[in-house]
Design a protein around this ligand. Structure first.
Ligand SMILES: CC(=O)SCCNC(=O)CCNC(=O)[C@H](O)C(C)(C)COP(=O)(O)OP(=O)(O)OC[C@H]1O[C@@H](n2cnc3c(N)ncnc32)[C@H](O)[C@@H]1OP(=O)(O)O
Length: 211
């Protein structure tokens, strides 16, 4: 078996912790550093933390080719992922060996798929997405760039998420619906119709929060 490829992670919080465990479980990549100028700890599960912003370049110079953004916030993850690629890194995927990913699904780059997640036939997952623990992305879904399908949530068949959509813990989206860019679906919501871009919806059925 060939050795795991070293990978640097941007981020050193709780989300980085779960990403490290998925990388280790899969065995294709070996997390060698977490880079985060705001880190509170000096290591994450034994992976050393670097706060210096030049350290990315230093790892590249040392021959580390792979990077990964381990940050939960969708728009920041998209931006830092694009920046990593511009600076010369390839984006690794962190796919749990305990996830079930259809052979006909299409995956982008910089994706996290957590244990128990199911990605069904011909689903398409965009770059920088998170499909979290026990989430289900059914057949023919189109999940845009930097979306987060949170733990236990379910997208029915042919659902489309535009870029940077967040679907909260335990929420469901019934088949064929489209959710607009940057929208937030609250925990436990049931989306039963199309939802516009840039809104927050909650409840059963899901409706925009009126502030
Ligand atoms: C591994 C991980 O942990 S991954 C991360 C997973 N995280 C999640 O799933 C978080 C999901 N987040 C939520 O559900 C949040 O409550 C949000 C984003 C929908 C709303 O958050 P905020 O914008 O801060 O709204 P806020 O808390 O002020 O609530 C506004 C109103 O909506 C209601 N509300 C908020 N969330 C929900 C919800 N999920 N379902 C029903 N009502 C809700 C509140 O009760 C409040 O009602 P009120 O005005 O009558 O008092």
């Amino acid at each position: 078996m060939s050795a795991a490829e070293p990978v640097i992670l941007l981020g050193a919080g709780g989300h980085a912790k779960v990403c490290i465990e998925v990388f280790r479980a899969r065995g294709l990549f070996d997390p060698v550093a977490c880079i985060d100028p705001y880190a509170k700890e000096n290591n994450v599960l034994g992976v050393p933390v670097h706060r210096d912003e030049d350290s990315q370049r230093a790892f590249l110079d040392r021959g580390v080719k792979w990077g990964f953004v381990a940050i939960g916030q969708n728009s920041l993850r998209a931006k830092l992922g694009a920046d990593l690629q511009i600076s010369g890194f390839r984006l690794a995927n962190a796919i749990s060996p305990r996830a079930c990913v259809s052979p006909s699904a299409t995956l982008g780059r910089g994706i996290l798929i957590m244990p128990g997640a199911v990605i069904n036939a011909e689903a398409d997952i965009g770059d920088h997405c998170i499909v979290n623990t026990n989430a289900v992305v059914e057949h023919d879904c189109r999940v845009g760039i930097a979306c987060h399908v949170a733990p236990g949530s379910v997208l029915g068949g042919r659902v489309r998420l535009e870029d940077e959509v967040f679907v909260g813990t335990g929420a469901s989206v019934t088949p064929n619906n489209v959710i607009g860019k940057g929208t937030v679906v609250g925990a436990a919501a049931a989306v039963i119709s199309n939802i516009a871009a840039g809104v927050t919806v909650v409840g059963v059925p899901a409706r925009p929060i009126i502030r």
